[in-house]
Write a protein that binds this ligand. Structure first.
Ligand SMILES: Nc1nc2c(ncn2[C@@H]2O[C@H](COP(=O)(O)OP(=O)(O)OP(=O)(O)O)[C@@H](O)[C@H]2O)c(=O)[nH]1
Length: 309
C-alpha cells in the first residue's frame, strides 16, 4: 500500500506575449524555497521555452509542443503533470507557463476535473502584463483581456521600461478588467513568492459557467531556420529591418542563432521594438532557429531574409 498522496498545488501563469512569464517562473523557482515542477506550453514547435527555464533539472520541466494547450492539450497536460509527479523527488509545487496566446480558463478547468483533483490542487492563476505595452496590446487584441480577467494576481511587469503615468494607466486598466485581482507593479517580475503562491484561491464552484473559450485571432507563428553560421552584421540588419522596425506587426521573436565568431549560440529575444542578445550555453554547431509571432507578416519574405543571413 502506498502512502496517501498529498495534493500538489499548481499555479497557472498566463499573460501576453513577451510580458515576462518565463522571467516570473525563473524568479519563483529561484526565490521560493520549494522544489518545483514546471510545465511549459510552447507555441512554436521548437524547444525554446523549456530551455529558458533555469534551476530546475531537465526531468522537472515538461514541454508541451502541440500548439494551443487550451484546446488540444487536455490529455497531454494531465499526462505531463503525472509524469512530473512520478519522479522520486516529487515537486512540492507545479507552475504551468502558458504560451502567450492561450486562454487560462480551460487549463484551470482541466486541473479541476475529478481525476486531476485526486493529485493536484489548482492554487491560483497569475496574469503577467507588460506595463509599457498593455494598452496597445489590448487595443489590437482585445480578446487578450481574458488572460487578466480570471487572474487572482497580476504581475504588472517592465516598470523599468515604462514611465510612472504609463504604469498608473496600466494598473487602472487591469483593475477595470479585473477589479478583484491584486496588482503588483514590478521590474523583472520580482514579486515576493508568498504574494503569488499558496493562494488557494479556488473553491469548487469555480470556473464561471458563462466563460466562452476565446482564441487570440489572426496571429501567425512561424519558425525560421538556417544551418550555416550567420554573419553578425546581417543579423543586426535583420533585427532592425524585420523585427524592431515593425512593432505593430511583430509582437514577439525568440530563438537561438549561431553567429560566425561565437562559440555559443546567441539567444535573441524581442518584444515589439525592445530586443536583447545574450550568449547562451548552447554550442554554436546547432542550427539557428527563430520563432516569430505577429500579424499580417509575409512568411516567405522572412524565410528568404533569414536564409540570406
Ligand atoms: N527591461 C525589462 N525586460 C524584461 C523584464 N521582464 C522580462 N524582460 C525581458 O523581456 C523578454 C521577454 O521575457 P519573457 O520572460 O521571456 O516573456 P514571456 O512572457 O515568457 O514570453 P513568451 O513566452 O514568448 O510570451 C526577455 O528578453 C526578458 O529578458 C523587465 O521587467 N524589464
Amino acid at each position: 500500500m502506498g502512502e496517501p498522496q498529498k495534493r500538489i498545488p499548481v499555479t497557472v501563469v498566463g499573460g501576453f506575449l513577451g510580458a515576462g512569464k518565463t522571467t516570473l517562473v525563473n524568479h519563483l523557482v529561484q526565490s521560493a524555497k520549494l522544489r518545483f515542477g514546471v510545465v511549459v506550453n510552447e507555441f512554436g514547435e521548437t524547444g525554446i521555452d523549456g530551455s529558458l527555464i533555469e534551476n530546475v533539472d531537465a526531468d522537472g520541466v515538461a514541454e508541451l509542443t502541440n500548439g494551443c494547450l487550451c484546446c488540444v492539450g487536455r490529455e497531454d497536460l494531465i499526462s505531463a503533470l503525472f509524469r512530473l509527479t512520478g519522479r522520486k523527488e516529487k515537486p512540492e509545487h507545479i507552475l504551468i507557463e502558458l504560451s502567450g496566446l492561450a486562454d487560462p480558463v480551460p487549463v484551470a478547468q482541466t486541473l479541476l476535473d475529478p481525476f486531476a483533483r485526486t493529485r493536484f490542487e489548482l492554487d491560483g492563476i497569475i496574469g503577467v502584463a507588460d506595463a509599457r505595452n498593455l494598452e496597445r496590446t489590448l487595443g489590437e487584441v482585445p480578446e487578450g483581456a481574458v488572460q487578466l480577467a480570471y487572474a487572482g494576481a497580476v504581475v504588472l511587469n517592465k516598470t523599468d521600461l515604462s514611465s510612472p503615468p504609463q504604469v498608473a494607466e496600466a494598473q487602472a486598466l487591469v483593475q477595470r478588467i479585473n477589479p478583484l485581482a491584486k496588482v503588483y507593479p514590478t521590474a523583472r517580475a520580482r514579486v515576493a513568492p508568498e504574494q503569488l503562491l499558496r493562494l488557494r484561491s479556488f473553491h469548487p464552484d469555480w470556473p464561471p459557467q458563462d466563460h466562452h473559450h476565446l482564441h487570440t485571432p489572426h496571429l501567425q507563428t512561424f519558425t525560421l531556420r538556417a544551418t550555416r553560421p550567420l554573419e553578425r552584421h546581417r543579423v543586426n540588419a535583420f533585427i532592425d529591418r524585420y523585427l524592431i522596425a515593425r512593432p505593430d506587426a511583430v509582437f514577439r521573436a525568440k530563438g537561438y542563432l549561431s553567429v560566425r565568431g561565437f562559440k555559443q549560440q546567441i539567444l535573441l529575444q524581442s518584444v515589439r521594438e525592445i530586443f536583447s542578445l545574450e550568449e547562451s550555453d548552447r554550442p554554436a554547431e546547432a542550427p539557428s532557429e527563430l520563432v516569430v509571432i505577429g500579424r499580417n507578416l509575409d512568411q516567405r519574405e522572412y524565410e528568404e531574409a533569414f536564409r540570406g543571413l
